[in-house]
Design a protein around this ligand. Structure first.
Ligand SMILES: Cc1cc2nc3c(=O)[nH]c(=O)nc-3n(C[C@H](O)[C@H](O)[C@H](O)COP(=O)(O)OP(=O)(O)OC[C@H]3O[C@@H](n4cnc5c(N)ncnc54)[C@H](O)[C@@H]3O)c2cc1C
Length: 386
């Protein structure tokens, strides 16, 4: 196992991100009443500053070479998600587009990838369907070739940014008889005839505009097929490792913010004539939370450094995805209890953090599915449940 440490370039990136986030993101982060504007504005600001291009080579609108690595991308995810948790989900999208549009033409990259990386266009990732989430191989959306077009029919659901995105990366079956080898990946502009969207009323991360997207005979030019027909399932799976590590860090960022707010509160809240921070039932919870956050961050950055070194990382990515959101949710829960009755109020930021953090436990695969992956990697495919 390699030992991981941050370079000077990493420290500088974090420093710059913190300055940027404090000035540009944090002041508008919780304006949930202005939903559409908020997420568009935030992504645009991050794009304008160039941070959507971290770990993307400069020729595609990315960043300076010293930040073209996964650890830098992880730092960016952590700092943006700390400033606003919705950015924890939204920041995944330009990287997914970058990876999948790599398999398309230069014209498509110019038309779509460049504005996505600049934050001028929003994209979303549409895999889950009403009848299948964990079992992504079972999707039913159809993509039928018709001369120079594909015609898409079916329903995608749970799509982050679905209400606001300009374009979606959509997975559909182009050959129902071939199972996962019949799945293909498409770029679908969301203003085409036949597309309808309906929003979810979510308990947290409301500005993410999670939606169901229905496609009724939606006709897209054949050049909007990304990669080859039949490669779509593998293309989707290739995205999950980095997404899972990133969401681990995004969840921990919620725990860290909650912890900082809780420490401030515990130092000034008086009970029985003393600040509650002096009671071990409070201070030990804080100590335990800080320990768990540090351990989780080490796991996530170690996992990103494995990708940077070209080493196997699927097991570690799944570990990040089940464990970090789980401990983050427990930490935020404990923090809420330290705030007492005031933390239970909808108006208090800690209750919103509690509602937000649970999203990271479900999005991109539940803990149960991650444990199937980890045990498969440890013991071999022959011991998978199916
Ligand atoms: C905030 C949020 C954002 C999301 N964003 C997106 C997005 O942008 N794009 C997208 O495509 N999807 C998105 N999703 C969907 C997400 O990926 C799925 O919800 C997730 O994969 C689980 O699928 P499901 O909800 O259909 O649950 P199911 O697959 O129905 O599972 C239900 C329960 O059964 C358990 N279970 C299922 N199979 C097994 C098994 N084999 N062994 C043990 N337990 C099992 C699960 O762990 C879970 O607890 C998002 C979800 C959330 C909450």
């Amino acid at each position: 196992m390699s030992v991981f440490s941050f370079s000077e370039a990493h420290d500088f990136l974090r420093h710059e991100l913190r300055k940027f986030a404090q000035k540009e993101i944090v002041p508008g982060a919780r304006e949930e009443s202005k939903l559409d504007q908020t997420i568009r504005d935030l992504v645009r600001k991050v794009g304008d500053a160039g941070y959507l291009g971290v770990n993307i080579p400069a020729k595609y609108g990315g960043m300076t070479a010293e930040w073209v690595n996964w650890v830098s991308w992880g730092i960016t995810m952590e700092e943006l998600a700390k400033a606003d948790p919705v950015l924890g989900l939204a920041f995944l999208m330009p990287m997914i587009a970058n990876q999948l549009l790599a398999k398309s033409t230069d014209e498509m990259k110019q038309q779509w990838l460049t504005p996505i990386i600049r934050g001028q266009k929003l994209t979303c990732f549409a895999l889950t369907e009403p009848e299948c989430g964990s079992d992504a191989a079972a999707i039913k959306m159809r993509g039928v070739k018709d001369r120079d077009y594909y015609i898409l029919t079916g329903e995608k659901t749970a799509v982050t940014l679905g209400m606001y995105a300009d374009v979606a990366i959509v997975f559909a079956k182009t050959d129902m008889s071939k199972g996962i080898r019949g799945t293909s990946c498409f770029l679908v502009p969301l203003d085409l005839p036949g597309i309808t969207k309906s929003p979810f009323s979510d308990m947290g991360l409301r500005a993410a505009g999670r939606a169901s997207i229905t496609m009724d005979n939606v006709r897209i030019p054949a050049k909007y097929l990304l990669g080859e027909e039949g490669q779509g399932f593998y293309m989707a799976m290739e995205q999950f490792d980095f997404m899972r590590i990133g969401l681990g860090l995004a969840a921990l960022a919620q725990a860290q913010t909650a912890l900082e707010e809780t420490m401030d509160y515990a130092k000034q809240r008086i009970a029985f004539g003393q600040p509650i921070a002096k009671f071990e039932a409070v201070s030990f919870k804080i100590a335990e939370a800080a320990t768990l956050i540090e351990a989780g961050r080490c796991l996530c950055y170690h996992s990103f450094s494995l990708i940077d070194q070209g080493l196997s990382h699927t097991k570690e990515a799944a570990m990040c995805k089940w464990w970090c959101p789980r401990i983050a949710a427990e930490i935020v829960h404990n923090c809420l209890l330290i705030f007492g009755h005031i933390g239970y109020s909808e108006e208090h930021s800690i209750s919103q953090r509690f509602r937000d953090v649970i999203a990271f436990e479900i999005a991109d695969g539940t803990a149960d599915i991650m444990k199937i992956i980890i045990s498969r990697e440890l013991m071999g495919r022959e011991f998978r449940p199916y």
